[in-house]
Design a protein around this ligand. Structure first.
Ligand code: 6R9
Length: 658
């Protein structure tokens, strides 16, 4: 038993453990006005490249491409070869030139309640000043700039300014440690760091500059540190190296002529959060990336730029922030909300208060947040007017069917399409998702690849599995916003994504998935997280969803711990809903519940009731750490955790909770 690796799931045993029969058609009236209809699938299937060429036409190109796709150097793609464009021009200037300068681009809401509104005309001035400022600092096209900023408008401005001058940015989560910042600066050899004095979080100012200083100390590539004033608290200062953002940008002209860059010019590097292994610098380029983020934002969120107010609650340090706070929405001329803080400050209704205040129509958030809101109880959102919402989305992890239903009913009022969007830092943009005006959605399923995208579920040999079976998710055709490599490491790029199915030329996403009887896709989490119990492959996602379907459970994380008799045994860490009390009786009940929902083989051997779960900043559960705890090992790398102390609280609650 122990000789079998849990990393090689045998697809037949993954199939259809949970049975979900509910279906939700688009609400009446939605389909007729939807941006994209079912015809897009046929059009893209008839000629994929022509379809993407048409979508590229949503952008303003300084020079049209000669060729849509050059895949002759696979797995290194070149999209829109010969085309030239400027990303910042497309996200800002053209809206102003076309008479939409007075439209609000960003409604900023600070955690303490301070607000700022930036119209497209104002955003253009800020971006131009920042582009001139970076140029004054000696930043040239191709130079890398590290951005270590909280959720404030300057983060958006700084990213667009880099794009404008062709300097690839590397955004690092403000909550990451100095050592995480340092390794990213070194890997990209960034010339400038843009940071802030601090930010507001959970009702208090948090200093950032000392972390930035520790991160750049001795970093040879860094020449200048630009500091945005956010909290106004005193900061340590190095006269030779540091400069205030407001002083530097304040003296710059508000005009800047954008230069058109090659479609394959590097736009940014983003290090994957690394729930496993050493972070990888994922490289994205210009034309294909912007085409796909703009198209998917239009198609999946059904954005009507004149009337919608869009809010993506992600952090800009995550790819979701890059693609669906900055580049996609702004390329489409959206009006959006940018929120600095946490959902529970000053109270647990803060998100809903913001929805009510700005009359948000489109909300994009993560399952981790949804499960937290479930835990807090539905009386909280009930105190606010959420009737402005017309579409709600989810990203980051598989969404458990019960969380999906709760989101649809409690937040969406039962009449908003729910779009569960599957994609990765590596894919750059949404790949698998319902189309809100077309799909009859199923709670927990991301449904189908979008028009122009092709995905398959295959077995270990790379053969597509029949409907009703599970296996490994692959992408079998190149797509415009695909990563162009891992920064400085082409071999690792090939090995990580393309080696597993080299014969077929498939991109291996690292996720397990199943195709149901209709051919719709259900994502089952990372293949590394799939458990092997007495010879059966069981997905952590499905056991977690079974637990979350019990009324006492708000959130669950499941891992396979080494076991002398069964190879692995299922261990669950469970957070109860606010109004529920735990105890041995409940644990037994939950074990029985899972056995009934899935089968006796999936019955967790141990269930721990815990106060919290270890998560990355993008809300992904770090199961590796729970596995360390369950197997009584020293904890592995905790640097990407939101809160490094959470594991102490979990291990503290382990004995006796069993
Ligand atoms: C955008 C983002 C990518 C991994 C991915 C998968 C998981 C994301 C999901 C989902 C199921 C969804 N994931 N969205 N799993 N359903 N709708 O999250 O990028 O941080 O790189 O993570 O997240 O496991 O492979 P990234």
């Amino acid at each position: 038993m122990n000789t079998e690796s849990p990393r090689d799931p045998r697809p037949e045993t993954l199939a259809n453990l949970l049975h979900e029969q509910r279906r939700f058609a688009p609400p009446p009236g939605f389909a007729e006005r939807a941006n994209v209809t079912a015809a897009a699938y046929d059009q893209a299937a008839a000629d994929r490249e022509a379809f993407w060429a048409e979508q590229a036409g949503r952008l303003d190109w300084a020079r049209r491409w000669d060729r849509v796709l050059d895949w002759s150097g696979a797995p290194f793609a070149r999209w829109f070869e010969g085309g030239r464009l400027n990303v910042a021009y497309n996200c800002v200037d053209r809206h102003v030139e076309q008479g939409r300068g007075d439209r609000v681009a960003v409604h900023f809401e600070g955690e303490p309640g301070d607000t700022r509104t930036l119209t497209y005309a104002q955003l253009k001035e800020e971006v131009c000043r920042a582009a001139n400022a970076l140029t004054e600092l000696g930043v040239r096209a191709g130079d890398r700039v590290a951005i270590y900023l909280p959720m404030i408008p300057e983060a958006v401005v700084a990213m667009l300014a880099c794009a404008r001058i062709g300097a690839p940015h590397s955004v690092v989560f403000a909550a990451f440690s100095p050592s995480a910042l340092r390794s990213r600066i070194d890997d990209a050899e960034a010339k400038v760091l843009i940071t802030a004095d601090g930010y507001h979080r959970r009702g208090a100012p948090v200093d950032l500059k000392p972390n930035a200083d520790a991160g750049v100390e001795g970093a040879e590539s860094i020449r200048t540190v630009v500091v945005v004033r956010r909290t106004g608290r005193p900061v340590p200062w190095n006269d030779e190296r540091d400069v205030w953002w407001h002083e530097l940008t304040g003296r710059q002209p508000t005009e800047h002529t954008p230069e058109a860059f090659d479609a394959e010019h590097p736009l940014f590097i983003l290090y994957t959060s690394g729930t496993t292994g050493r972070p990888k610098g994922i490289l994205h380029t210009t034309g294909g990336y912007l085409t796909q983020v703009a198209y998917t934002h239009h198609a999946v969120f059904d954005l009507k730029p004149e009337s919608d107010v869009y809010w993506c609650t992600a952090d800009v340090g995550w790819v979701t922030g890059h693609s669906y706070i900055v580049y996609g929405p702004l390329a489409n001329g959206a009006t959006e909300v940018l929120y600095e803080g946490t959902p529970d400050t000053p109270h647990r209704g803060r998100f809903w208060e913001i929805v009510e205040k700005y009359r948000v129509t489109i909300l994009y958030t993560a399952p981790t947040a949804i499960r937290m809101f479930m835990k807090w109880g539905e009386e909280i959102p009930a105190q606010f007017d959420l009737s402005s919402l017309r579409l709600i989305g989810s990203v980051g992890e598989p969404i458990n069917p019960e969380a999906w239903i709760w989101y649809r009913q409690t937040i969406g009022g039962g009449n908003c399409p729910v779009v569960d969007t599957w994609w990765q830092t590596e894919t750059g943009a949404i790949m698998i998702s319902p189309l809100p005006g077309v799909s009859s959605t199923k709670p927990g399923s991301a449904m189908r690849p979008l028009p122009g995208i092709s995905a398959e579920v295959v077995d270990d040999a790379g053969t597509p599995v029949p409907n009703g079976s599970g296996g490994l998710l692959v992408l079998d055709q190149p797509w415009p916003s695909m990563l162009r490599g891992i920064w400085g490491d082409p071999d690792r790029y090939r090995d990580t994504y393309w080696a597993r199915f080299a014969d077929q030329g498939y991109y291996f996403a690292g996720d397990g998935a199943k195709k149901d009887e209709d051919g719709d896709l259900w994502l089952l989490g990372r293949v590394d997280d799939i458990m092997l119990v007495s010879g059966h492959n069981i997905s952590t996602t499905e056991v977690e969803s079974a637990l979350v379907s019990h009324p006492a459970v708000a959130e669950a994380a499941v891992i396979g711990a080494q076991d002398p008799t069964t190879g692995q045994r299922i261990v669950a860490f469970v957070i109860l809903r606010a109004d529920r009390e735990g105890g041995a009786e409940l644990v037994t009940e939950l074990q029985g519940h899972v056995a009934r929902e899935i089968g006796p083989i999936a019955r967790p051997k141990q269930i721990y009731l815990v106060p919290e779960l270890p998560k990355t900043r993008s809300g992904k559960i770090m199961r590796r750490l729970l596995q360390d705890a369950a197997e009584s090992r020293a904890l592995g790398d905790t640097t990407t955790l939101t809160d490094a102390t959470v594991m102490e609280r979990i291990t503290g609650s382990l004995p006796g909770a069993e």
